[in-house]
Ligand binder design. Sequence first.
Ligand code: F6R
Length: 241
Amino acid sequence: MNIIKMNNEDIIGQAAAVVFAAQVIKKPASVLGFATGSTPLLTYEAMVAMQDAGIVSFDEIITFNLDEYLGLNSEHPQSYYNFMQRNLFLPLGLQKENIHLPNGVNPDPIAECAHYDAEIQKAGGIDLQILGIGENGHIAFNEPADTFTQGTTVMTLTPSTISANRRFFDREDDVPRQALTMGIATIMAARQIVLIATGINKAQAVHDMIKGPISPKVPASILQMHPAITVFLDSAAASML
Ligand code: F6R
């Protein structure tokens, strides 16, 4: 793991955006894996700013998101599709056919998972994946468990994740209880990974991810085995290392 500590989350966002820009300069039609949540927002802002400044063009990228809530259609204000459209895809002007998220309203979620994995395979796998980390050590929505997941799967969210995501919804009861999530094996197959963690509420998870034993109880700990991962931390998130 390449661990980079920075004081300021703005600088982390810019540094992560540079990693994406470098990837796209090398391969314009890169397959990029994106995350939702608060953590990647500054990275997305910096990517848009770089494109607006004419430094790089993300025009040709093919995107796969980590996850989508089960039961929310793409028009729902809190769907991850909508989140990505608002914060990255519309500002970058991406073509709809190059954007992929699991379909949260497919009446056959298991078939949807298999279809999503097949689409990732068809695209040639993920060149560069951005990740955040949950307070309980989850990556994507792979919650602490007895085994690591393989491909895309339906996951029941833990109370910790439901309460962390409560801030995006009017009421806790509105937070979906299940999500479709890319599996750990798929994430590990990404050729390059950037993980960002900021804030004191991530310090324990960051410690366990980097210093703890590799265990499905801390899903992010598997990343110790990834050959090309950069972890950007602010001082609060790094405070227990
Ligand atoms: C989001 C995702 C999650 C988040 C994690 C951290 O697509 O897969 O694993 O990265 O829950 O969320 P934030 O960034 O909101 O702290």
